[in-house]
Ligand binder design. Structure first.
Ligand code: URA
Length: 203
């Protein structure tokens, strides 16, 4: 099965899973979207008003900022994959609760396994908490953390949420600066993963 087919199947399973929290008559599933072979997997918090309306992640003001900031490093939204820790809009845009995040976790993990990105960029504290529990975003934003996730090497880059950047100029500056580090982080990973001359039978 191709990645596209695997993702479609995963989405279908979520549509049919009536045990998932936050599913109401007013909410619709907002699955991840983007390049299934992306090197950068962005994960936010949960759908807001516009995302719920369109059934797509990060399409409101925060999403527009995300798109614009991606362009500053030469990337289009279609080049990366964009997702959320919870996939139905919490009422009134409240914070997702721990039990809600936990309920979506198996699906999020399967999505990550399918995409298999070398770099996961967490947007805001809820997705950061999934990979780097107990950390403070103000202390660690923009720093790459290498860890094993479900047996695979992955680099986590925690970042501020774009909605927080829209609320405060100082956070916006950090958000934009942190993005500029991504090309170099990706380059380093590629260098590290390049086969050594002896592995290529050249020595
Ligand atoms: N904020 C998020 O965390 N996710 C979205 O999809 C939109 C806004």
């Amino acid at each position: 099965m191709s990645k596209v087919e695997e993702l479609a199947r995963l989405k279908q399973e979520m549509e049919e899973d009536t045990s998932l929290p936050l599913r109401t008559n007013e909410t619709r599933l907002v699955f991840g979207e983007g390049n299934p072979d992306a090197e950068l997997y962005f994960i936010g918090e949960g759908p807001g008003f516009n995302e719920n309306l369109q059934g797509r992640p990060f399409v409101g003001q925060a999403g527009k900022l995300l798109n614009r900031t991606l362009e500053t490093i030469g990337l289009k939204r279609e080049d990366v994959y964009i997702s959320n820790v919870v996939r139905f809009r919490p009422p009134g845009n409240r914070d997702p609760e721990p039990h809600e995040i936990a309920a979506f976790q198996p699906y999020v993990d399967r999505e990550i396994e399918i995409i298999n990105p070398p770099v996961i960029v967490t947007l805001g504290r809820f997705s950061m908490g999934k990979f780097l529990p107990g950390e403070r975003i103000s202390q660690i934003h923009g720093k790459p953390y290498e860890l094993k996730w479900n047996g695979k090497d992955v680099t986590i880059v925690p970042m501020y949420h774009p909605a927080a950047a829209l609320r405060a100029g100082a956070v916006m500056q950090q958000f934009v600066e942190d993005f500029k580090k991504l090309p170099q982080i990706l380059e380093k990973i590629k260098e590290k993963n390049q086969p050594k001359p002896e592995q290529m039978g050249l020595v």
